[in-house]
Ligand binder design. Sequence first.
Ligand SMILES: Cc1cc2nc3c(=O)[nH]c(=O)nc-3n(C[C@H](O)[C@H](O)[C@H](O)COP(=O)(O)OP(=O)(O)OC[C@H]3O[C@@H](n4cnc5c(N)ncnc54)[C@H](O)[C@@H]3O)c2cc1C
Length: 311
Amino acid sequence: MTDIKNEYPLVIIGAGPAGLTASIYASRYKIENLIIGQAVGGLVFEAHKICNFSSEKEITGRELTKKMQDHAELLSDPILMDKVVHINREANGFKISTEFGKEILAKTLLLAVGTEHRKLNLPDENKFLGKGISYCATCDAMFYQDKTVAVIGGSDSAHTASLYLSEMAKHVYQIYRRNKMRGETAWVEQLLKNKKIEIVYNTQVIELEGKDKLEKIILDNPHNGQKEIMVDGLFVEIGTIPRTNLAKELSVDLNGFEYIKVETDQSTNQKGIWAAGDITTNSNGLRQIITASSEGAVAAESIFKYLQTLK
Ligand SMILES: Cc1cc2nc3c(=O)[nH]c(=O)nc-3n(C[C@H](O)[C@H](O)[C@H](O)COP(=O)(O)OP(=O)(O)OC[C@H]3O[C@@H](n4cnc5c(N)ncnc54)[C@H](O)[C@@H]3O)c2cc1C
């Protein structure tokens, strides 16, 4: 196995599709690069079934992650599985410090750190985490064989979570605060046809109850009032929020929703720093594997041009 070096022309932070694709492109431009990522695949790893990535009619997130990782690592150093905790600007680039105590120098940086799950922010949400509450159906559905579960949300990730859970759970409630589902029509059609899934529109979960684990949830509908339902599991799929701590530390400009502002070549307002994937304002806000990958490719090409100017 190749040793990780102390210095690289390019360090990519994030091992999701944006970071992995950027690395593949950078390697083919012969830019020595290192990916530092906490979780290889990022959110892709959590996707149960992916049916909209060109070349793959149907693939699990784990399989697609493996393919992308193998491709990236074939061309460059192995991914450093670690968390970046600080980045300091130095005279000729950046000093990156990780949770496990590594210090790596980089001439250029690509921030591809993606987003994290939005929480309900209800009392006891943390107490029931892993005891009935989950943010990842692909990871935890197997614990709910023949049980009753609820999914909160109305987007594609909520739809795919409900459909996957319906393969093993006895009954699935999908609770959504609006009166019409969002997302891909193909998923919505499957959802509405599925006999095990009961859609509860115009409703919010306002309370979580249970002794040692989640046992019931209290629902509120502005027209019909409150009611409680007994559930063994609750899957929260209400969107994601950008991870901004590193961008803020580096004074990278963010928009009003805290996504990193980027130019069409994925560069940020800070010299030597690019951003790609779900964390950015590009791709018209379509936060998907293909758009994250495409932004990673564009960033790599732009970084290549920049590094040429330093020669
Ligand atoms: C359940 C679910 C199903 C989905 N299904 C589909 C689908 O079918 N089709 C589709 O196109 N899209 C789908 N998506 C969306 C898709 O997964 C995202 O758009 C895509 O993963 C974004 O890629 P990214 O590389 O920008 O970020 P992410 O995939 O979020 O990756 C971010 C990376 O950054 C790393 N990271 C973060 N902070 C640090 C740090 N401080 N130090 C080191 N590493 C760090 C993470 O560990 C991770 O490796 C789905 C998402 C979910 C949640």
